[in-house]
Structure formats: structure tokens, C-alpha cells
Design a protein around this ligand. Structure first.
Ligand code: CUA
Length: 407
């Protein structure tokens, strides 16, 4: 049998072997008896058939014995099942979300991952949910298989005393790419786990950039999403092209870089983004050059919508159904989607023609059933629990993939 790494699931293999043993024994016993009877009561050996009328003792034996066997088999299954259902107290909790067609694991500290990483020798409770249809979380090496049912919170637990990588499958047919719902369970030592869990978070510099922007009140007027109340959004700054107006009234196309950001903070009026008033106060000595540099690199790098949006689209499983290279999959491709004309039917069957702008894409993410594009099925789950910033990042990402129609 496939090696087994989950102590509490040892009973599963045992129950399997016992049931298999009995099944083979009964198969052989019945077959042998049948062959013997065929031979023994052949008419050449037994020309006069005997009419046997009941036998109480035989009837008791063939009722009681199978009952005991079945109860015994049930017992072996039940005890191993119970061991797997008794989640140790204080187990580390990891959220497991299944959706068409990928997995997402969420840790206590908010970290999310496409792979399940757990420390060795530590009981882990899995909180299982699905976003759309029924999936089944299956780790063959753990003998753990549990269904994720829409609207139901289920759980399971695992623990491994062996380091290594193990397969995770979806064991319930869930649509076209069911077979792609594969990921990895990585069992690592505690030290590596801690590094993994706490690493890869936003690098310190990014955090610093964000907190500087907060401290200096930048977000009182600017947003990091697509909303623009009092000032241009800072989202996607590094991948944007802006028209700026110089003090003498001439217009110039620029790509915001560090020099531009520095200038905009020290002397906002020197090159105003077209359409905005010169109302931002210049920042002088209260903001050091070093601080300004951190903010600028954060905005140009960390604040850039494309990478984050792409990472998010990948992590949320969007790219399981949508491509970014123009090939159509289960859902429309993201390439050239932004700004294109979308045709389809609304949820009540009315045809629509719409331009794929921010609002259209936002609706398509939050409430995909409302407008289903022509040629596609209404099968995307609603991502209505996404916060606004995340939706904006996704929109920014799709927008960054280009427009079909020139403006
Ligand atoms: Cu999910 Cu099959």
C-alpha cells in the first residue's frame, strides 16, 4: 500500500486489510463450497435428490455468524474513523477553500497559500469550505478524504511525523478542470515552517512606504484603489502614462518615475496631472529625502497594480478559468478585455451590450450572474467577499493587459 504518514489514520489501513481479508476468505469459501456441491451432487453420484425441510440450528448459525462478522467489521471501521474525527484540542487551524479549480489555504496570521505547508509532528485542523460546488479534499498519504459542501462548514485534521511533499487531490468530480485541482502538502520542520509563515510577507520597506504615506496624510486625498475624490489615485502609478500641465499651461505626457514623484511632493504645482487643481500643499523639510525615496519606490513597485493584481488573480484561482494570453478557456481571456465591447444576457435573460470598464469588471467579479457574456455559462462563483482594494487590484491588472480598442 501507498506509504502512510498519519498516525491517527493507521486504523484505516488496518480496517481495509481486515475487510479485504474477510472478503477474500468468503469469496474462496463460497466458491469452493459451490464447486464441491456441483461435484458431490452431480446426478451420476446422487441420482435421488433429497428434500431437506428446514434446520433451526443451521438458520441460527447463518444469521448470527454473519451478523457478528459484519458488526466486527463495522467496529474496526468505526474505531479508525473515530480516531480521525477526534481533532486534538489546541490543533493549529488552517482554512481550506476549494473552488473551481484550485485550492487556497489560509493561516492564522492571514497568510494565504496555494500549497498546504504544515510543521512536522503538529496536529493541524483543517476548516473546509467551498466557494462553489462540492469538492473533496483528499490526501492519499494521510488517508484523509472529506467533502466540501456549499453552505456547510466541515473539518478534518492531519498530522505527520515524516517530512516531505505529498499530493493533494480533489476527489469529487466538480466540472471541466476537476483533474487540475491538484496541489502539494509540504511537511517541514518547525523552524522552516515559522520562517515560511512569517516570511514572504510584505517586506519591511513596503510596510514602511505604506505607513509613511499614511503618516503624512497622503490617503486623505489620494487612494490606493481606483477611487478619485480629491486627487489622482496612486494605484498603478508605475505603469501609468499621465498628461501633466506645466505652470505655463503647456501639456506634456510623462510616465511617473521617482524624479516625478519627488517633484510632485516637494512642488506639486510644477507639473500637475491634467484635470486636477493645484491644491496639494508642498512638503518640505518635514519629509526627508530618504523617506521620500521609500515612498516613491513603494508607489512605483509595491503600489503597482499589475504585479499585485496578477498575484491576486493567480491566488484567487481566476487564472484557472481565464487566461492572460488571448486564448479562451472556460471563461473569457483577460487579454484585451478591458475597454472591449461585451455582449451577453443579463440574469433575467435580457441581451446587453456594454463596454468593459471598471464598473463592468467590478460587477463581473462581485456578481457574475448579473451579466453573462455570450458563449459562456453562468458558472463563475461570486467573489462578493473581496474587499474593495482587492477588486481594484484585479481591475488594475486586467486593465494593464491592454485594450482592444484604441482610445
Ligand atoms: Cu474540485 Cu473536483
Amino acid at each position: 500500500m501507498y506509504p502512510q504518514i498519519f498516525t491517527a489514520a493507521e486504523g484505516v489501513d488496518q480496517a481495509f486489510l481486515i475487510i479485504l481479508g474477510f472478503a477474500v476468505f468468503i469469496l474462496v469459501a463460497v466458491t469452493v463450497t459451490m464447486l464441491y456441491f456441483l461435484w458431490r451432487y452431480h446426478y451420476t453420484r446422487n441420482p435421488q435428490p433429497t428434500d431437506i425441510k428446514g434446520s433451526v440450528s443451521l438458520e441460527i448459525i447463518w444469521t448470527v455468524l454473519p451478523t457478528l462478522i459484519v458488526l466486527g467489521l463495522f467496529w474496526t471501521g468505526w474505531t479508525s474513523f473515530k480516531a480521525m474525527r477526534t481533532i486534538p484540542e489546541g490543533a493549529m487551524i488552517v482554512g481550506v477553500e476549494g473552488r473551481m479549480w484550485s485550492w487556497r489555504f489560509t493561516y492564522d496570521n492571514g497568510k494565504t497559500s496555494k500549497e498546504l505547508v504544515i510543521p512536522v509532528d503538529t496536529p493541524v485542523k483543517l476548516a473546509l469550505t467551498t466557494r462553489d460546488v462540492i469538492h473533496s479534499f483528499y490526501v492519499p498519504a494521510m488517508r484523509v478524504k472529506w467533502d466540501l459542501v456549499p453552505g456547510m462548514d466541515s473539518d478534518a485534521w492531519i498530522q505527520s511525523d515524516t517530512l516531505g511533499d505529498y499530493d493533494i487531490f480533489c476527489a469529487e468530480y466538480c466540472g471541466l478542470k476537476h483533474a487540475d485541482m491538484i496541489t502539494i502538502l509540504r511537511v517541514v520542520d518547525q523552524e522552516e515552517f515559522d520562517t515560511w509563515l512569517n516570511g514572504e510577507e510584505e517586506p519591511a520597506e513596503e510596510k514602511l512606504g505604506m505607513s509613511l504615506l499614511e503618516d503624512f496624510g497622503c490617503f486623505d486625498c489620494h487612494s490606493m484603489d481606483l477611487s478619485e475624490d480629491a486627487a489622482p489615485t496612486l494605484l498603478d502609478l508605475g505603469s501609468r502614462e499621465e498628461t501633466v500641465v506645466l505652470p505655463d499651461g503647456t501639456e506634456k505626457k510623462i510616465r511617473p518615475d521617482e524624479a516625478y514623484i519627488r517633484q510632485s511632493v516637494r512642488d506639486p504645482g510644477a507639473a500637475l496631472v491634467k484635470g486636477w487643481d493645484d491644491m496639494m500643499p508642498p512638503y518640505g523639510d518635514e519629509l526627508s529625502d530618504a523617506q521620500l525615496g521609500i515612498m516613491a519606490s513603494y508607489l512605483l513597485k509595491g503600489g503597482q497594480g499589475k504585479d499585485k493584481g496578477q498575484a491576486l488573480a493567480d491566488e484567487l484561482g481566476c487564472l484557472g478559468c481565464h487566461t492572460d494570453d488571448g486564448s479562451d478557456d472556460v471563461g473569457p481571456t483577460f487579454l484585451g478585455l478591458y475597454g472591449s465591447e461585451r455582449k451577453g444576457k443579463t440574469s433575467d435573460g435580457k441581451p446587453y451590450v456594454l463596454k468593459a470598464d471598471d464598473d463592468y469588471i467590478r460587477e463581473a467579479i462581485l456578481n457574475p450572474s448579473a451579466e453573462v457574456p455570450e458563449g459562456y455559462d453562468d458558472q463563475m462563483p461570486a467573489f462578493d467577499d473581496l474587499d474593495k482594494g482587492s477588486v481594484d487590484q484585479l481591475i488594475g491588472y486586467i486593465r494593464s493587459l491592454g485594450k482592444k480598442d484604441a482610445e
